[in-house]
Design a protein around this ligand. Structure first.
Ligand code: ZN
Length: 247
């Protein structure tokens, strides 16, 4: 933290959105890991091959209604950090769009796992709003196809069996390399790319702060580890960062 305007990278995982009512589906105790039939619904092979899998997948998206979730105090604290004038970039594993919705400018948020707010045609690649596709499901189309070409529609999220977007990953790695402070919030830092980004930041001399309920492999490398619930921990932490008071 010796630069005049230190770059702050904030990596967020499922933990920041649980207070907004969004379960950690991907985590070790999440639905996708516990239930192979559920995981099939978000795995690209079965999804593309089997219209019954897609029907169940659309029903699940309709029922969970995650698009209506509201940001919580944790998200709002990061908005305050961004508005302080310090250069901030948010790298998120979440697909809920809550950072942008809470007020972080779109260009400052990198969505490592894509977004649940849009769908993409796997044939012609056109992207359209998820809300439109869900409205078609609601109106009686169990597996809505692309209106342009008839191709299969899938959420713009990175499903199991899919590669992460190389361009997004490269941008995230560059931010991790160049940041002075790296906040890891609500992520276990166990899987690619989260673990790799934390490692890159540490290797390049960034100060690491971990805010997560459970231990992570990077706790020892961290200058500070905070175990409190995220929506309680972030507001005071942000105030300290803005005040230049990280002890
Ligand atoms: Zn299409």
């Amino acid at each position: 933290m010796n630069a005049k305007r230190p770059l702050i990278a904030v990596l967020t995982g499922a933990g920041i959105s649980t207070d907004s009512g969004i379960p950690d589906y991907r985590g070790p105790n999440g639905l996708w890991q516990r239930d192979p039939k559920a995981q099939e619904l978000v795995t690209i092979g079965p999804y593309l091959a089997d219209s019954d899998v897609r029907r169940r997948s659309w029903q699940l998206r309709r029922e969970t209604g995650a698009l209506g979730a509201e940001p919580n105090a944790g998200h709002l604290a990061l908005v305050e950090l961004e508005r302080s004038g310090l250069p901030v970039r948010v790298l998120t594993q979440n697909v809920d769009g809550l950072h942008q919705r809470s007020g972080v400018p779109e260009r400052k948020v990198l969505e490592l796992h894509g977004t649940a707010h849009r769908v993409q045609c796997v044939r012609c690649r056109v992207r359209t709003p998820m809300a439109e596709a869900l409205a078609r499901v609601e109106a009686g189309e169990p597996d809505p196809a692309c209106l342009d070409c008839g191709g299969v529609l899938k959420p713009c999220t990175v499903m199991f069996g899919e590669m992460l977007d190389e361009r997004v990953l490269a941008q995230a790695a560059a931010i991790a390399q160049n940041c002075d402070l790296f906040l890891a919030v609500g992520t276990l830092l166990q899987v690619h790319p989260a673990a790799g980004l934390a490692q890159v930041a540490v290797d390049h001399g960034a100060t690491l702060i971990v805010v997560n309920a459970a231990p992570t492999p990077y706790d020892e490398a961290a200058a500070e580890v905070i175990r409190e619930p995220i929506s309680q921990a972030l507001p005071p932490l942000v105030r300290r960062i803005v005040a230049g008071d990280l002890g």
